[in-house]
Design a protein around this ligand. Structure first.
Ligand code: GTP
Ligand code: MG
Length: 314
């Protein structure tokens, strides 16, 4: 059974850790290449995580959609506690910080650097547990980062012999074993000057993301029914003016909006920003979006708010 570090909120940088037992349990942790592992190895590792009650969160998006930075921002919120006031939850590494894939992310964020583009066939698997200070039950999460190039190829569906793509499809199919979350990341057009003016970029994003949903629905109807689709509009800070996220979706991702509004049971929507990005630097890492995400996730998984009612009132 994976055990986790249990140190308190004041010691989060070192709360890792070292649980060699769980490192042995999960063979594939941190960053690896799918062409270097067999289908059996990766699926067994995923199955172990399901057995441990882990919930998989898989960002789905085209190259440069913001998948890796979305994960980095969630990690930043979880493990950069000194930069935030909120101490209502504890986050714990499940394997040592060094081998978990978290270290390279937090090291990059320490120098406010963006992460490099994820290479084709690369996969990063990160296991984190989250516990409210006011609740007994922790939630166990596994984040899986994939390459946008691979996701694009998978959506196009014409590379049936590509073993990397086959493995990704198998990983997604395996999510039938335990309710997973496919986070559909679709970025604001960086060149947008006016809200309401739909660009070619918007149209392409809309149809590619919709094609992914259709692919799951048509090829794996049970998986479609079982999976939660969370639409995440990334690079929200790039909007020229503020707008309600569902209005944005209706205007700029109309096909996704129709999905979202026709089936509120399976779909949710959040706007997301990792902070102000200038060139290769994140000028200031914003923690509002990841906090919102983690709180929402905790509620989905446990049916309870991170905070007790008396904390929310006062
Ligand atoms: N302004 C702004 N830019 C962002 C944000 N998130 C990501 N970016 C920019 O988008 C680029 C791509 O982000 P990544 O997270 O690497 O994208 P990805 O989806 O992982 O891309 P691949 O690895 O190629 O599939 C980053 O280098 C940033 O320049 C955000 O919240 N705001
Ligand atoms: Mg990436």
């Amino acid at each position: 059974m994976p055990v986790v570090g249990t140190s308190g909120a004041s010691d989060t940088r070192n709360n890792s850790v070292s649980v060699s037992e769980s490192s042995r349990r999960y063979k594939i942790v941190g960053s690896r290449f799918l062409d270097k592992v067999t289908e059996g190895e990766i699926l067994q590792d995923i199955a172990l995580r399901f057995q441990d009650g882990r919930r998989l969160i898989i960002p789905i998006g085209l190259p440069q959609a913001g998948k890796s930075m979305f994960i980095a921002s969630l990690i930043a919120y979880a493990f950069k506690r000194e930069e935030k006031q909120d101490n209502s939850c504890n986050f714990m590494h499940v394997v040592s910080r060094e081998e978990s894939g978290i270290k390279s992310i937090t090291d990059a964020l320490d120098i406010k650097s963006l992460l490099p583009s994820t290479r084709p066939s690369e996969i990063t698997i990160i296991d984190i547990d989250m516990k409210s200070r006011y609740r007994k039950r922790p939630i166990k999460i596994t984040l899986i980062d994939l390459s946008g190039e691979d996701i694009k190829t998978m959506i196009a569906g014409n590379q049936t012999n590509d073993q990397t793509i086959v493995k990704i499809e198998r990983i997604l199919e395996a999510c039938i074993a335990r309710k997973a979350i496919f986070a559909m990341l679709t970025p604001v057009d960086e060149h947008m000057t006016e809200v309401g003016q739909v660009s070619y970029f918007d149209e392409e994003e809309d149809s590619e993301m919709k094609a992914f949903i259709d692919k799951v629905r048509n090829n794996q109807p049970r998986l479609y029914d079982f999976t939660k689709f969370l639409i995440v509009v990334t690079k929200w800070d790039k909007l020229p003016r503020s707008i309600d996220s569902s209005k944005y979706l209706k205007l700029h991702r109309n096909q996704l909006y129709n999905e979202y509004s026709s089936n509120s049971k399976s779909y949710s929507l959040i706007p997301y920003s990792v902070g102000n990005v200038v060139g290769n630097t994140i000028i200031n890492i914003v923690l509002r979006s990841p906090k919102n995400f983690w709180y929402t996730l905790y509620r989905w998984c446990t049916g309870k708010h991170v905070l007790p009612w008396w904390k929310r009132i006062f």
